[in-house]
Design a protein around this ligand. Structure first.
Ligand code: HEC
Length: 100
């Protein structure tokens, strides 16, 4: 019975999909303090970031580099500090941001 429950839970997590998983990643890594899908906070919205980078075929790498190294003045006067704690999740976050 326990095993069945575990399997059902694992399946539920798989089915819930990457959108939720990555929204959770953004929360876990503190991104949501400065970013939201559509609400302007200290940082540009995920939608703005996706729109600005979508045409670039290296978009994913550009975003990963931004997360790892920070950026300065691409969207205005505020810089983004490096996000070293998110390094392991940077690729997943970049992919997810580009889906907005
Ligand atoms: C302290 C606030 C802050 C936090 C925390 C933060 N950001 Fe940002 N982010 C910004 C600001 C401000 C900009 C715009 C910088 C600029 O204009 O160059 C930005 C820009 C970006 C960009 C755009 C890069 C580009 O080249 O278009 C990405 C991607 C990004 N952030 C992802 C993240 C992710 C993922 C996290 C969490 C790991 C995160 N940010 C955490 C403030 C923040």
């Amino acid at each position: 019975m326990k095993t069945l429950t575990a399997i059902a839970l694992a399946a539920a997590v798989l089915v819930s999909g990457s959108a939720f998983a990555s929204a959770d990643l953004a929360k876990k890594n503190g991104c949501a303090v400065c970013h939201d899908a559509t609400a302007k906070k200290m940082g540009p919205t995920w939608k703005d970031i996706a729109a600005k980078n979508k045409a670039d075929k290296n978009a994913e790498a550009v975003l990963v580099a931004a997360i790892n190294n920070g950026t300065k003045g691409k969207y205005g006067k505020t810089a983004m500090p490096k996000q070293p704690k998110a390094a392991a999740d940077a690729a997943a976050l970049a992919k997810w941001i580009l889906t907005h």
